[in-house]
Design a protein around this ligand. Structure first.
Ligand code: FPP
Length: 256
C-alpha cells in the first residue's frame, strides 16, 4: 500500500495499459438474488462463490495484478448463526475445491482481516492457502475475511502508539507511509478501482484508508450474476475516468 498519489498514474508497471493494477470488489446482492427466486439465502452465497471463481479468471485474463474481495465483514457476525455458519462453510468449500487449480494458475492468495473469532478450521485452511501459494507470481487474490476498515485503522494507530510509548518511534516519524505499513494491506498497492454490485452506494467499512484515491463503479447487477462482461464494463468505465489525485486536469489549458 505504499505508493503516494503523486507517484501513481494508474498504469503502473505490471498492469496492461489502462487496466487497473488493483480492483477491489464488494460482492453484494447474494441474498436478494436468492429471494427473487424463492430460494434460501445460502443458495445466493453458493452462486456467489461461482461468480468469484469467474471473476478471478476474468481479472487474470485482463492483466489485473491484485483482486481484493470482501468475503466476510466484521459486521457480518450480526447475521443469524445459520447464515454465518453457511458463509464459513462456503469459504472452506472454496479453498478445498479451488486451491489446487488457483495454485496451478499462479494465483497468490492473501488474507486481510482480524484473526479474532475465526473458527480454527477456517483459519487453518486460509493459512494453508496463503502458504501454498506464497511464491506464486500471477494474480494476487486478497480475501478480506473478518475484515473491518475502521478496526484495521484503530489497530494501526494502537501499534504506532505502542511503538511511541516504547521509545522505538518518535511522533514525527508518524507519516502516511509509516501508518500504511501498519495496516493489514502493508505490502499491497491501493485499489485503483472499487466495484460494488447490487445497486447499493456505500463503502460499508471496506478499505477506507486505501480507497482514498480509488475510482468507484456501482452496478445494479447482483453478485451471483456478475460476469466477465460486467468486469470488462467496469474496467472500461475506469479507463474513461481521469485521475487527478487532487491536482489539475492533464487536459486543462495553461492560462496565457
Ligand atoms: C453480500 O450479499 C455478500 C456477502 C455478505 C458474502 C459474500 C460471500 C461470497 C460471495 C461467498 C463466500 C466467499 C468466499 C471468498 C468463498 P448479501 O447477503 O448481503 O446480499 P443481500 O444484500 O442481497 O442480502
Amino acid at each position: 500500500m505504499g505508493s503516494s498519489p503523486e507517484q501513481r498514474t494508474g498504469k503502473e508497471p505490471g498492469s496492461q495499459a489502462g487496466v487497473p493494477r488493483h480492483i477491489a470488489i464488494i460482492m453484494d446482492g447474494n441474498g436478494r438474488w436468492a429471494q427473487m427466486r424463492g430460494l434460501p439465502r445460502v443458495e445466493g452465497h453458493r452462486r456467489g462463490v461461482e461468480a468469484l471463481r469467474r471473476t478471478v479468471d476474468a481479472a487474470s485474463a485482463l492483466g489485473v495484478n491484485y483482486l481484493t474481495v470482501y468475503s466476510f465483514s466484521i459486521e457480518n457476525w450480526r447475521r443469524p448463526a445459520t447464515e454465518v455458519s453457511d458463509l464459513m462453510g462456503l469459504i472452506k468449500f472454496f479453498v478445498r475445491r479451488d486451491l489446487a487449480e488457483l495454485h496451478r494458475h499462479g494465483v497468490r492468495i492473501r488474507v486481510v482481516g482480524s484473526p479474532d473469532d475465526v473458527p480454527p478450521d477456517v483459519a487453518a485452511l486460509l493459512s494453508e492457502a496463503q502458504e501454498t501459494t506464497r511464491t506464486n507470481r500471477g494474480l494476487n487474490l486478497v480475501i478480506a475475511f473478518n475484515y473491518g476498515a475502521r478496526q484495521e485503522i484503530v489497530q494501526a494507530a494502537r501499534r504506532i502508539a505502542e511503538a511511541v510509548a516504547a521509545g522505538t518511534m518518535r511522533p514525527e516519524d508518524v507519516t502516511e507511509a509509516a501508518f500504511a505499513r501498519r495496516l493489514d494491506t502493508a505490502d499491497i498497492p491501493d485499489p485503483d478501482l472499487v466495484i460494488r454490485t447490487s445497486g447499493e452506494l456505500r463503502l460499508s467499512n471496506f478499505l477506507l484508508w486505501q480507497s482514498a484515491y480509488a475510482e468507484f463503479v456501482f452496478t445494479p447487477v447482483l453478485w451471483p450474476d456478475f460476469s466477465r462482461g460486467d468486469l470488462e464494463a467496469a474496467v472500461e468505465a475506469y479507463r474513461q475516468r481521469e485521475r487527478r489525485y487532487g491536482g489539475l486536469s492533464m487536459r486543462a489549458e495553461t492560462p496565457a
